[in-house]
Design a protein around this ligand. Sequence first.
Ligand code: NOJ
Length: 755
Amino acid sequence: MKKLLAFLTLGFITIASLHAQDQKMNAFINALISKMTVDEKIGQLNLITPGSDIPTGSVVSTNVEKKIAEGNVGGLFGVIGTEKVKQAQDIAMQKSRLKIPLLFGSDVIHGHKTTFPIPLGISCSWDTALIRFGASVAANEATADGLNWAFSPMVDIARDPRWGRVSEGSGEDPFLGSAIASAMVKGYQGNSLADKNTLLACVKHFALYGAAEGGRDYNSVDMTKMKMYNEYLPPYKAAVDAGVATVMSSFNDVDGVPATGNKWLLTDLLRTQWGFKGMIVSDYTSLGEMVNHRQGNISEASIKAIKAGLDMDMVTEGYWGTLKKSLQEKMISITDIDRACRMVLEAKYKLGLFEDPYRYIDPTRAAKEVLSESNRVVARKIARESFVLLKHNNKTLPLKRATSIALVGPLANDKNNMLGTWAVSGDPQKSVPVMDGMKNVGGSSLNIRYAKGANITDDPNLARQANVFGLRVDIDKRSADEMLQEALSIARQSDVVVAVVGEASEMSGEAASRSDITLPASEQKLLQALYATGKPVVVVIMSGRPLVLTGSIEGAAAVLQTWHAGTEAGNAIADVLFGDVNPSGKLSMSFPYSVGQIPVYYSQKRTGRPIDPNNKFSTKYLDAPNEALFPFGYGLSYTNFVYSDLKLSSSSLSKSQSVDVEVILTNAGSLDGAEVVQLYVLDQVRSITPPEKELKGFQKLMLKAGESKTIKFTITESMLRFYNADLKHISEPGMFTVMVGGNSKDVLMKDVELK
Ligand code: NOJ
């Protein structure tokens, strides 16, 4: 009782003090707004980029200094480094009438200057504690470099690997995606936004951007509300529940209305249903793009957007150019503008910018934190946790240090592609190529020979498009045959071949959709020739998406999927190849057998005519399996994990009574290793057709060679809920199948009844 009272009092004090803080903030902002002219208010809604660094669209702003001085800018992005940030903040603080500090945003997507693996890779670690820690390290480095707003996490569920931006998210599953979304927000924002080493997170792209038709970037999206609520919206909601400070609207339309001007999405769902209290920013020119979406002219688009609840306009300058006139014409009211302005000012207040506009501008911190040795250690750890061992024959791995190695492939001694897409602040030249990593980890006596063997692609058109941000595809002066012969010659002289192939970093990411996602022909030819030597070939694949590997890896002794692994790529890859670290990544996105199967994902529904090889009239292809080549949740280890004795504590559960699920996991191999134990559930009879299985829990744990452990999950009634046809979040009594395993396909099963 005493404890309860103490708890209640504590809770009361916390709530009371929060309330007091809010009141203080409101009073401050009310006073400030009362001093602002309409132009100054609209100025706060203007987020622009001077384009001094990599722009992500074709538009950059002009006369930036004048605009800041006149109070026409709320924030900047694409300004990197404390010196440049200070120059801009000085203008706001010294020349603008009200001296309102600027926000400084950036695409801190997978680390800042210390670049972590691409987010799709990070998600394959299934290690939410590590992911949260990684985000906090990125926030620490970015804030030391002058920034206070990260345009991350990107949580768009993606089931079409043709879409280049699958690289930026956490794959196909809402449960895993939600866990990661929440971890990242907490990592970026820490305990308080006012701390010097935390920043505003920005969940994006709200909403459904990952479901673009045909996997073509910026394309239209159309889906039922049921699918939205059950499968696509949960990660955004998880970010909101984790307290994300800002939300970015997406380029696509949602239910026929562009997200940036969609009142149902931005106000009814996000603010009213979900209780989001922060600031909403558009994506890059997405406000102006409403004109192309046939929503009228820029002034009509701006009216729609502000009325829909969009607060800040990124780059279009549509608010800045039109809202005052619309106000005079009574098309909008001053309360619309005040609301949006308040949201921007609140974000600044929470960061502590009104107390100290230079809070994030400390060159001594920058010198200490940016690309520090300890940040590199974190990048290396995250990288090796993100690798997925897709194939492994005959104990080819780990490599013995005494073996002679032929290191072959266009990505084997390359710095330009290690960081992957969306590394706007990273310097590729600071990254570690595989060749260096092999020497660092393998030791000075390592017997290793290198040959490029092939270009990433010989297609000049693809190469040109991949080279927009600098040289990524370096087409060699030598002929393809000359390169191949050199590679074959060193392969014949060595005990084992390590072939590093895949995509250049800009072959995925924004505006990098591909209709053919096989390995480029040049690399396929190289691999086939290497297999023909009879030497064991370990294929290391770097890519920003699941590739179609059918036909390319059958001859391989082992295949390690490393994504684009970041600054420490080479060291991390060598750590795993030499067995200093046992790979433990599991796919967060299925690898299709062929492009024609897309979308292929584990949680598909059963049809009325389930696949039956003996029945022509069942759901299947004439020329391909229905299943992925490598399913969601899949990933091998150098050791061997065995699942046994699945048990339930009861044959039923109810609203008040949960059921425990236990399984024995044994490391039956001879090496220590980590495994991700996955829990799936199928609702056997349901008012709306259910997915065949849905992830409901996972645990990553380390097991010594020979060790067994009992793994326990608890299933509660709330875990069995779904959004029904009326969008009510309910469970329906009946039978459920509980499944546990090391991937989404190979599982042990037991039935349980929900009473
Ligand atoms: C466009 C991208 O869609 C978005 O993810 C990014 O944050 C902005 N550009 C700013 O660079």
